[in-house]
Design a protein around this ligand. Structure first.
Ligand SMILES: CC(=O)N[C@H]1[C@@H](OP(=O)(O)OP(=O)(O)OC[C@H]2O[C@@H](n3ccc(=O)[nH]c3=O)[C@H](O)[C@@H]2O)O[C@H](CO)[C@@H](O)[C@@H]1O
Ligand SMILES: C=C(OP(=O)(O)O)C(=O)O
Length: 429
């Protein structure tokens, strides 16, 4: 699990009270971009990825590719060119892997390419135990020898062969790892009970461009892999979680914000809840929406679920909003067992939230008060920023390391909309 104190981390200082107004462009999705970066290991040809968000996780993924021996890997003005033909190493070192969850996605491509992989156990947000047993069960079913020793997973396979595998539970990166691997295995494989998050579908688009033939029937994927995968050019889908976060900001601050570069279909569950809570969301173009407050904030019941359900990655942001809704709300977190750390920080700001197991009971209060809080994980940090936007006085959010993993220039975007968010650089590392 991630220990934030290991990393130098800035502080946000927020003055509450602004009504956000204006236009904001949504960045490419972190959780789509990362698996796509790892897919480049599967080909010796050059790959071009566009709409790459400027994020710590992306920089770390690129550094990992660079350490493995790939060329390019320098995100420049939203683009990355990667050529992995010179990759010779099949070992991903702990220092990088523990910084981000998605580095587990190097397993599938390295095993496919070298017949071997040695990958440190991944980090990411500490929102639960986050085991990778389903990834490993998949690799075993594909014929790999798998062992875990001294914090590293060792995988080895003699001869790649197609396989049929059913996940015991729905896992996003587990599905992506299996798709990455099988796309490079000749023959027809079947994966059942897969995740169908938009980020998984974006990866499938890329794997198809590379030459894999992938068909989807509900939660089943039929994959005809190829041993000679091609390079690709691909524009990453917009980040639905960044969009959702800014939509909540617009409603919460009684503002009016136009979001550019969104795929409204990906946001259906979020839009439905936001409208029930008193927001108004209008589609004003193919990839544009306008969001504002329609009426007084109302309480909600939210149960997180796999896509197309309500995303766990939006739960914390909604909790910040429900903290000041008129009435009692309930949030049930069905995906992760420890994803309520923001609730304790929101309480410091005056929110009334009681946690019982996987449920949070929120009694709306009239207002929040600025104080000093700690950001414990990525979306928890986002919820504290939202709370800071409407709190009385100044909110100081320490250790925004995780926020930088997942939001591109959040303070700049918010300030352009009229907020006051100042970044104070870390003084100790
Ligand atoms: C980099 C990335 O894309 N991160 C996203 C991805 O994380 P990630 O892929 O890690 O999340 P999973 O979908 O794998 O996890 C879902 C649930 O399954 C459990 N599980 C997962 C794998 C496994 O082998 N065994 C197991 O028990 C997890 O502990 C969790 O309780 O999907 C999550 C769920 O939408 C999002 O919150 C994360 O933002
Ligand atoms: C939990 C998240 O990220 P990660 O899986 O990289 O920890 C997230 O994006 O909300």
């Amino acid at each position: 699990m991630m220990n934030t104190t290991l990393y130098s981390s800035d502080t946000f200082l927020i003055e509450g009270g602004a009504h956000l107004k204006g236009q904001v462009k949504i960045s490419g999705a972190k959780n789509a971009c990362l698996p796509i970066i790892f897919s480049t290991i599967l080909t010796k040809e050059t790959c071009l990825i566009e709409d790459v968000p400027d994020l710590l996780d992306v920089k770390n993924a690129c550094e990992l590719l660079h350490i493995l021996g790939a060329e390019g890997c320098k995100p420049t003005e939203g683009k990355i060119l990667i050529n992995a033909s010179d990759v010779k190493s099949y070992e991903t070192p702990e220092e990088i892997v523990r910084k981000m969850r998605a580095s587990v996605l190097s397993m599938g491509p390295l095993l496919a390419r070298f017949g071997k992989a040695r990958v440190a156990l991944p980090g990411g947000c500490s929102i639960g135990a986050r085991p990778i047993d389903q990834h490993l069960k998949f690799f075993v079913s594909a014929g790999a020898q798998v062992s875990v020793r001294s914090g590293y997973v060792n995988l080895e396979i003699e001869k790649k062969k197609p396989t049929e595998f059913e996940f015991e539970l729905i896992t996003v990166t587990g599905t992506e790892n299996a798709l990455l691997y099988l796309s490079n295995v000749k023959g027809i494989s079947i994966l059942k009970n897969i995740a169908i998050e938009p980020e998984v579908i974006d990866l499938i688009d890329v794997l198809r461009k590379m030459g894999a033939n992938i068909e989807l029937e509900g939660r089943t994927a039929i994959i005809e892999g190829s041993e000679e995968l091609r390079g690709f050019e691909h524009r990453v889908i917009p980040d639905r979680i960044e969009a959702g976060t800014l939509m909540v900001a617009a409603v919460l601050t009684e503002g009016e914000v136009e979001l550019l570069n969104v795929i409204p279909k990906h946001l259906e569950a979020v839009i439905e809840k936001l409208e029930r809570a008193g927001g108004e969301v209008q589609q004003i173009g193919e990839d544009r929406i306008r969001v504002r407050r329609r009426e007084e904030l109302k309480p909600l019941e939210i149960v997180t679920a796999e896509y197309p359900g309500f995303p766990t990655d939006m739960q914390a942001q909604f909790m910040a909003m429900l903290s000041v809704a008129k009435g009692n709300s309930m949030v049930y977190e069905s995906i992760f067992e420890n994803r309520f750390q923001h609730a304790y920080e929101l309480r410091k700001m005056g929110a009334s939230i009681e946690i019982r197991g996987k449920s949070a009971f929120i009694k709306g209060v009239k207002r929040l008060k600025g104080t000093e809080v700690i950001s414990t994980d990525l979306r928890a940090s986002a919820s504290l920023v939202l709370a800071g936007l409407i709190a009385e006085g100044t909110t100081v959010i320490r250790d925004i390391y995780h926020l930088d993993r997942g939001y591109e220039k959040l303070e700049e975007k918010l300030n352009k909309l009229g907020a006051y968010v100042e970044r104070l650089p870390a003084t100790v590392s």
